[in-house]
Design a protein around this ligand. Sequence first.
Ligand code: NAD
Ligand code: DAU
Length: 351
Amino acid sequence: MGNPESILVTGGAGFIGSNWLSLMVPRFPKCQFINVDSLTYAGNLASLQHIQESENYRFHRADIRDRDSVNDVWMTYRPDTVVHFAAESHVDRSISGPIEFIETNVIGTLNLLEAFRTAGDTDRNRFHHISTDEVYGSLGDEGLFTEETRYDPSSPYSASKAASDHLVRAYHRTYGLPVTITNCSNNYGPRQFPEKLFPLMILNAMEGKSLPVYGTGTNVRDWLYVDDHCEAIWTVLTEGVSGETYNIGGNSERTNLEVVHSICRAVAEELGRPFEDLLGQITYVKDRPGHDFRYAIDASKIQADLGWSPKESFESGLKKTVQWYLQNPEWIAQVRSGEYRQWIEQNYTQR
Ligand code: NAD
Ligand code: DAU
């Protein structure tokens, strides 16, 4: 597939979507980007201020759970391509309230696929679905997730993403629709909502608050700087083979405790504070139920077939991320609404 002419981007006000639009809107001025987002607690237009006046960018507020709204959006813009980021994305929230995860991640994806399938005379270049390595379940000490690993999701979040992956694949096999799927490991970087490990720990470290590590802190994640994920998505969108799945990972495994130590070191350096003081803020809290032990990606398919590999090292990506949070207090104040405070209260005081 060549470069698309009009892309309907769902969830573009969230963490990965806003970073993706920030890179792609100025880079491809001839392509129209229509950002469709319902602006849940995780969607923030402040993340898109720098591109909101761009001629090739539009924002349209709509909820993908609502089939009529999706059809309206479709008929208004008639995009040739979909890049589908929108989702309920936080595992802990899926444990305390799974329903919205099924509604948005499964029904929302189905509504988009149906609009794409029944799109009449619209050119259908590609439906690209953004998914997660969590669909594969948990690894032990050894091994890597490949595209052939059996699906074995543990949380309502990962089960909903697995269901949506199956729907996308089924629409390819049954209706011949041009689709691609990427399953990526944990992202970190600017504009991430401070419920996730990186921004939560960075902000708490900066503010002298406790750093709540689940269980013993020995769970392992494979960390990828968000811009590397964004570049991989564009590569798969334009060069990936329809019907194929590509795993994306950072080849950067860390235990959670190692991550928290690195964050403490980076924040200490930026603020000129003693590292040991920040380490003293670490507390161990009750573990997440069904907590997957280890994720690690074999990204050799996307590397060999499409020539993508991550550019950012963990250390340089972490430094950029910490600096971004230090330099953007207004953004932080904006996302820390009453709802955010309620979540922190609910999730951490009872642990
Ligand atoms: P996020 O929670 O930061 O953003 C989600 C966005 O979707 C928000 O802007 C929100 O307003 C929007 N949204 C939610 N429900 C909606 C609905 N019903 N209708 C319209 N918009 C809705 O998520 P993220 O971390 O940016 O993740 C984006 C995608 O990438 C998700 O599909 C997620 O599963 C996947 N993913 C995330 C990671 C990660 O580490 N964050 C890794 C791999 C894959
Ligand atoms: O692997 C990709 C997935 O990564 C994405 O699909 C999800 O959308 C994204 O949220 C992320 O899921 P995780 O559950 O791995 O991310 P989270 O930041 O919630 O947690 C990362 C690890 O840190 C995990 O082992 C739990 C632990 N943790 C998390 C928080 C918020 C803590 O120890 N303390 C915390 O306060």
